[in-house]
Write a protein of this length. Structure first.
Length: 144
């Protein structure tokens, strides 16, 4: 993804959806979640060299990738639509603390069920995996 010149560009901020499975014991948020899609997303996000990489935790809200978390049983996939919308509201509220500018590039890395409610709240964001199946998303992340 091309970036503006260093003098004028905003920050590249990547927000990752977590995986259901988690490692045993405390880990950095970027190392806590366990799934092939999460691993592919993490590799892609690191290749994009973001200025800020954050995880969108169902329990903790927006969390810096390096923040240490204990595993927890809550999962996004176990949530009904109302709960997903409540989670999306929380993430959007947490983002206000980042003082986003019009120049910032905000990327939501998640499949449609979780990225779509966020896009409604964050019109400046884009979500490259929207509309993809899990295998399509993994392929895209591995090849892009």
């Amino acid at each position: 993804m091309p970036r503006n010149s260093p003098e004028t560009r905003g920050r590249r901020i990547i927000l990752m959806c977590p995986a259901n499975r988690k490692a045993a014991g405390p880990r950095k948020a970027i190392e806590l979640y366990r799934s092939p899609l999460f691993y592919a997303g993490r590799s892609w996000a690191l290749r994009m060299q973001p200025d800020l990489l954050m995880l969108m935790s169902v329990r903790h809200g927006l969390v810096p990738a390096c923040e240490v978390l204990d595993p927890y049983p809550d999962t996004l996939s176990g949530m009904d639509d109302a709960a997903v919308n409540h989670w999306a509201d929380r993430i959007a509220a947490d983002l206000r603390n980042l003082d986003l500018t019009a120049e910032d590039e905000l990327i939501i890395l998640g499949l449609s069920r979780f990225a779509a409610p966020l896009l409604k709240r964050l019109p400046q964001a884009h979500a490259p995996l929207i509309g993809m199946t899990l295998p399509e998303a993994r392929h895209w992340l591995d090849k892009t």
